[in-house]
Design a protein around this ligand. Structure first.
Ligand code: GMT
Length: 374
């Protein structure tokens, strides 16, 4: 098939998944065209059957805000005309499904069916904005097929938009040959002594990630034992996090690693990943951690309970319950046998449910169904 995949280029699980899917499909012999607003952050060493098309932001003085959605639609239409895509698979309703809908009107004779994957934010957050509710519903309704990255997100979308159409649940996945525990003795030495456990958090530091809770959990754990905290990524909440680290006197024990492309390496140094998010439709970082045999302590929200089996591959606590999270972390650090068991079960769970073999096949089957229904 000739497949177009549209996604955001900025840091985030949706872009990571979209690029990984493009790569997996290309490996399986499909021709894949990635459409994005920049070079997606995981678009490195692309397969020869992967092509990148960047949307130029129109810069004209008549506009107060450059009309990115129009440029995206126009670019999609041009590409549909040139490449005759079998499928256009968009990641996020806003703006992608809307622009795809517009593009199809522009070139009806070349229009490709649209598959939309819901990743969370436009359902759980943006739908509360009165001006965005109708466009999101339109984007969903005009898609030929809709998928969600968790059953919880699919149910939320059905409830919020009173949808009549089905939403297929296709959980996210990782490349289990890349995300596998590595020998990182040298790297680890830069951040901690061999007997000091490392707690880790990876995100885009948006308020929804509740990164200050990571610091609070770590402060509690640190009161009980020597340990280090590694913070990976960057984003709008950084200043608050730095201030809290200073306020708690933890400067010596908290390392800021910034954006990293070698996530599997840094995860391999970690003893526990902390993900105390307010909302998380899936939690790709949790799967990446489990693949690297790092147990996860997370909040019981959104799709996280579909990823983490409480008491088997990690622990779940209520959002904001810092002391429960600190207790769970301590339990894992104090009991090495428990830690080993969680690590092994986490890896096993990823291989069974969140690996490319099964998930990519589900997308291919869906594409075929969509084509048959045309
Ligand atoms: O969580 C973010 O801030 C980024 C966002 C994205 O666009 O990548 O993540 C969403 O999609 C990911 C991939 O499906 C999921 O793993 C995240 O849970 C989801 N984030 C939220 O629901 C808040």
């Amino acid at each position: 098939m000739r497949i177009a995949i549209a996604c955001h280029s900025v840091l985030g699980g949706s872009g990571a998944l979209a690029v990984e899917l493009a790569r997996s499909l290309a490996h399986k012999g499909h021709e894949v065209h990635v459409i994005s607003d920049g070079v997606p952050f995981r678009f490195v060493r692309p397969h020869e059957k992967m092509f990148l098309h960047m949307v130029e932001l129109p810069q004209h003085h008549v506009f107060r805000y450059p009309p990115f959605e129009m440029a995206l639609a126009g670019t999609m239409a041009e590409l549909m005309k040139k490449y005759f895509f079998d499928i256009l698979h968009v990641h996020y309703v806003l703006p992608f499904a809307i622009s795809a809908y517009l593009a199809r009107q522009m070139v009806p004779e070349h229009s490709a069916p649209v598959v939309t994957t819901l990743h969370g934010t436009d359902i759980t957050q943006l739908s509360r904005d009165k001006a965005l509710f109708a466009p999101i519903r339109l984007g969903i309704e005009k898609s030929d097929a809709v998928t969600a990255v968790s059953a919880s997100l699919a149910a939320e979308a059905m409830r919020i938009f009173s949808l009549k159409k089905d939403i297929a649940v296709i959980h996210n996945y990782v490349d289990t040959s890349r995300y596998i525990r590595q020998d990182v003795t040298e790297l680890r030495r830069q951040y901690a002594d061999p007997d000091e456990p490392i707690l880790m958090h990876i995100s885009n530091f948006r308020p929804i990630k509740r990164v200050p809770d990571v610091i609070r959990v770590f402060a509690e754990v640190r009161r009980r034992r020597r340990a280090k905290l590694a913070l990976v990524g960057e984003g709008p909440g950084m200043a608050e996090v730095h201030a809290l680290v200073r306020e708690k006197g933890l400067e010596e024990d908290v390392h800021f690693l910034g954006k990293r492309s070698d996530v599997e390496m840094v995860l391999s140094m970690a003893d526990v990943l902390l993900l105390p998010s307010e909302q998380e439709s899936f939690g790709l970082a949790a799967v990446e951690a489990m693949a690297c045999e790092t147990p996860v302590v997370a909040s019981r929200t959104g799709g996280l309970p579909e990823v983490i089996v409480h008491g088997e591959t990690g622990f779940l606590a209520e959002v904001g319950d810092v002391s429960a999270m600190a207790d769970y972390v301590s339990q894992l650090l104090d009991d090495r046998a428990l830690h080993r068991a969680f690590a092994a079960k986490g890896r096993g769970r990823v291989e069974r449910y969140f690996s490319c073999t099964h998930q990519v096949q589900k997308y291919e089957e869906l594409y075929r169904q969509v084509l048959e229904n045309q």
